[in-house]
Design a binder for this molecule. Structure first.
Ligand SMILES: [Zn+2]
Length: 406
């Protein structure tokens, strides 16, 4: 693809003057092809490009969908779904997506300052995701009680419905305001001020008043690079999250036939019961294995007992093999399956002077398998499920020869 660089004038950023502008008219001043997509450059735009942790807008230019928006040297590139023929366009941005981003982004300013005020935690990075947003706070740990204070302060700022102002300041005047973080840009700095509470250098789109942000809720935290990263949601996302969680809780409560407030204790009780039952089941299985082994020994015409047990787990088969070799002077070659593998246990009573490990090398000449063990028991695993019978036959023949048993 021929990608020649054309110098364009900086695009007039309408979203800087009015973050609430949903429609606008503009002139096409450039057309390119990038990554196989038609790209247009306009003289002015309300489309916000991917920048500063905030995702780009979506929308339409006339009837053509805008699928991506990027900024390159002050020029905004609109990536289109298909070619746009007209030179005069009416742009419409996907407002519900944009407003959602504005809620999360403004919420982040408030939350970051709340972290700073309550615990002097600095925001090292911000990411606005599809479902949740994150801030990485430069502290190794933040206690739950402190976190609750941070959340409360952030929401108090929301409920105070403060004005969110944006203005430009020349670089040399920037020290006259208490910026939360030094600016990354030079020259004219765009300041976003949550009335007297937070001052940030930011080029994003924000709500006019903190009340529009809606509820700010921290959802979870994780350690990263020695810091703590918090996931949070604001506004409509918080509402959706509340609804999701309410539904999950209600459905779980229904499963237990309990009140929602009782779900946790019900789950705890059920898990304890399950643990007990598993213990009991294991004991019963062990007993059963003992009798199964006895029956196999009684019925087997040979001292070499072999078979495939599709209904048993590899662990149960191993236990059965151990029971066999403890109850009588026998050799055992027993197989079971798990997922795409067969598991083969080969075992010998101690009195039979056979080292069952020798069988491994022999089987490996015919079948791809791995495993190992002791002189009296080896466990082998293979992906070649269709060769399980062959493996057993080879092992049985080998053991017959070695032990002289029939
Ligand atoms: Zn911002």
């Amino acid at each position: 693809m021929d990608e020649q660089k054309i110098a364009y004038r900086p695009t007039e950023k309408l979203y800087f003057q009015d973050a609430y502008l949903k429609e606008f008219t503009a002139l096409v001043v450039g057309r390119e092809v990038r990554d196989g997509y038609p790209v247009v450059i306009l003289d002015r735009t309300a489309f916000y490009p991917e920048s500063g942790g905030q995702p780009h807008d979506l929308g339409w230019l006339n009837e053509v969908r805008v699928i991506r928006v990027e900024e390159e040297d002050e020029v905004i590139l609109h990536f289109l779904e298909r070619n746009l023929l007209e030179d005069e366009v009416r742009g419409r941005i996907d407002w519900s997506r944009r407003f959602n981003h504005m809620q999360q982004h403004t919420g982040q300013h408030i939350l970051s300052q709340a972290f700073y005020e309550v615990v002097k935690g600095e925001t090292l990075s911000f990411h606005l995701g599809q479902e949740e947003s994150t801030v990485e706070i430069g502290l190794p740990v933040i206690k739950d009680k402190t976190l609750a204070e941070v959340e409360e302060l952030a929401n108090r700022i929301v409920f105070s419905d403060l004005e969110v102002k944006t203005y430009f300041l020349p670089e040399e005047k920037i020290t006259t305001i208490p910026l939360r973080k030094p600016p990354k840009k030079t020259g004219l700095i765009r300041v976003v001020e949550v009335d007297g509470f937070d001052y940030s250098a930011c080029g994003g789109t924000h709500c006019r008043r903190t009340g529009e942000v809606g509820l700010i809720k921290i959802l979870k935290q994780e350690k990263i690079r020695g810091n703590v990263r918090f996931s949070f949601v604001c506004g409509f996302r918080a509402l959706k999250e509340f609804e999701n969680r309410r539904r999950w809780l209600q459905e779980t409560a229904r499963l237990f036939s309990a009140e929602e407030s009782e779900v946790f204790s019900c789950a705890e009780k059920t898990l304890a019961e399950l643990k007990n039952l598993k213990k009991k089941q294991k004991k019963l299985e062990e007993k059963l294995s003992f009798f199964e082994a006895r029956e196999l020994i009684e019925k087997s015409p040979s001292k070499i007992i072999s078979g495939i047990f599709p209904e048993k787990s590899p662990e149960e088969v191993k236990y059965l093999a151990l029971n066999l070799i403890h109850q009588a002077e026998v050799l055992a070659a027993l197989a079971a399956f798990r997922k795409n593998y067969f598991h083969l246990v080969i075992a010998a009573s101690e009195k039979i002077k056979v080292d069952v490990r020798e069988v491994i090398a022999l089987l490996q000449t015919e079948i791809k398998l791995k495993g190992g063990g002791s002189p009296t028991l080896v466990e082998l695993v293979s992906e070649e499920k269709d060769k399980v019978e062959k493996a057993i036959n080879l092992a049985v023949d080998f053991l017959k020869n070695k032990s002289g048993l029939n």
